[in-house]
Design a protein. Structure first.
Length: 535
């Protein structure tokens, strides 16, 4: 008798202790459901009916009301495996030590390692999306469905960060993201969570709400709602109060079109932000994330992007490390084939109409021809399609000009135009007039006005036709010229200037001077007459 009583006590205590240890799955009763039918459909092992009765004290086992919650002991529930699909990989990732590939199906116990500058997007069969960010290591703890399609999903973040967009969960579902510090439980929401090397777990709720509990003390639980973030540190025994997330940035000034290889994203500062985070993706839902960049200023430059449309998410990060709300927009990058580099004329150069203007540029790889646009004084002046040459010459009347180029590649794909290059054309100024000094019989010194850095070109001729009667010509860097050893007679001289900024003048007025003939000396006359005197 005593032994029988002891067995009953042990059975009751063991059942009670088992009940204390048990985790439950909530099931919503449907019309026509009975406890017996539920136990047969959903539970494993023997004594299924009594397991439901023990888990639901006070339940009317003979009559269930539609919508009534029936607790099912989790360790007895018959689950169905529910793999997660690798929707997208940008960069490189591994699973259980092997290369991870797009389209793969992952089950519970899989360990995913995302490399630097890489992203992995996971898709659950209910449409929930999980994005694993660079330098993340995540262990899939559970991926199962109840027969009523409620899910049990558990991810453990060993390191790194993930963004989660969970569809509304059915009653009885269990969707948790855990770190060694804290666990985030959701029903249907969009949130982010991360596990930092310092042991700090950060949860930010963008929509809906989550419950955060400390891993070391499950009873310490805090509800975090939309627009709030919570920080839990290793060793905490009490959860901190949630903080408000920073407002989303104003992205209205982000350009719709970028035409340079380096995309310069600039937006106004966010009050309270210590740094900024930018994501780029190829789709508006951000399942195909291309890159992410963090910077201490809202001015972020991103290079090495392929041409195409990109979707941008930007956010501020508070001093405590909470990521704020996202601002989102999109833009098109059209930077290829790249525009040629311009080599002449120099930017803002001043030229004269004396000579044709020569535009010179480089030859990008795969270029077949170029589109050239020239404007004069704000109006179209010329549009030229050049095939092979990398230069173009034209006569330019005085005015202010600007020009730009676009490259067409071997596939006849037109790239963007370069920035406008400007120059001006003026009528050539008149060359200088010289002053003459004929102090010596065979020497003439000329002086004129000029500036330091100017170069002066001179010509000396016997007549007005310099081409036929040219005697000498040359250059000097000082506004003076000495002409020695000249024979007697009439000479013509003209001078032109090239200023230190490249402006070429025309030749100045032709000026004339004369070297006089040498008259016989009176002494020579006396010597010639001396024989006559002696006679």
């Amino acid at each position: 008798m005593k032994n029988s009583f002891f067995v009953v006590v042990v059975f009751v205590l063991s059942s009670f202790c088992e009940d204390l240890r048990a985790q439950y799955v909530d099931y919503v009763a449907q019309p026509g459901d009975t406890v017996s039918a539920i136990s047969e459909r959903f539970l494993n092992g023997s004594a299924r009916w009594s397991a439901i009765r023990r888990s639901n004290p006070g339940i009317n086992i003979h009559k269930l009301q539609p919508g009534q919650i029936v607790r099912l002991p989790e360790d007895r529930v018959r689950f169905v495996a529910s793999p997660v699909k690798v929707l997208k990989i940008n960069g490189y990732a591994k699973c259980n030590g092997a290369d991870l590939e797009e389209g793969a199906s992952l089950n519970a116990a899989a360990v995913i390692e995302v490399e630097e500058e890489s992203f992995v997007t996971l898709l659950l069969d209910d449409g929930s999306i999980i994005i694993l960010e660079p330098n993340s290591r995540v262990h899939i703890g559970d991926l199962r469905d109840l027969p009523n399609s409620a899910k049990h999903v558990i991810f453990n973040i060993e390191s790194g960060r993930m963004e989660v967009d969970v569809v509304s969960q059915k009653p009885g579902a269990r969707f948790e993201i855990s770190t060694p510090t804290a666990t985030t439980a959701v029903r249907g929401t969009r949130f982010r969570t991360s596990n930092q090397a310092s042991g700090v777990t950060i949860t930010e709720v963008l929509d809906g709400q989550v419950d955060v509990s400390l891993s070391a003390q499950k009873s310490a639980k805090q509800r975090v709602t939309r627009g709030q973030g919570l920080i839990a540190a290793s060793g905490d025994t009490v959860l901190r109060k949630p903080e408000a997330l920073l407002a989303s940035p104003d992205l209205s000034n982000v350009a719709e079109l970028y035409t340079r290889i380096v995309v310069d994203l600039t937006f106004p500062e966010i009050s309270g932000a210590a740094s900024y985070w930018v994501w780029l993706a190829r789709d508006p839902k951000f399942t195909d994330v291309v890159t992410s960049v963090q910077h201490d200023q809202p001015n972020i430059k991103i290079a090495n992007l392929a041409d195409g449309r990109y979707y941008l998410r930007a956010r501020g990060i508070s001093k405590t490390g909470l990521h704020g709300f996202d601002g989102q927009t999109s833009f098109v990058l059209h930077a290829r084939p790249e525009a040629p580099f311009v080599s002449a004329p120099a930017l803002n150069a001043r030229l004269t109409s004396l000579n044709p203007v020569q535009l010179v540029w480089s030859s990008p790889q795969n270029a077949t021809f170029y589109s050239l646009e020239i404007e004069k004084d704000g109006a179209p002046f010329a549009h030229v399609e050049e095939n092979a040459p990398t230069h173009y010459s034209f006569s330019a009347p005085p005015g202010n000009y600007r020009w730009r180029l676009a490259t067409h590649d071997t596939n006849r794909h037109a790239g963007p135009f370069s920035d406008w290059m400007t120059f001006s054309v003026i009528d050539p100024p008149q060359g200088p007039r010289a002053d003459f000094d004929l102090t010596d019989d065979d020497k003439c010194t000329l002086t004129w006005q000029g500036d330091a850095g100017d170069i002066f070109y001179w010509q000396l001729a016997r007549g007005n036709d310099f081409e036929k009667t040219l005697v000498a010509e040359g250059t000097t860097i000082t506004p003076t010229l000495s002409l020695d050893g000249l024979e007697s007679g009439v000479y013509f001289v003209r001078i032109r200037t090239v200023t230190n900024d490249g402006i070429e003048s025309i030749y100045g007025d032709v000026q004339q001077f004369e070297i006089p003939k040498n008259e016989p000396s009176p002494l020579w006359l006396l010597l010639l007459c001396l024989p006559l005197v002696l006679l």
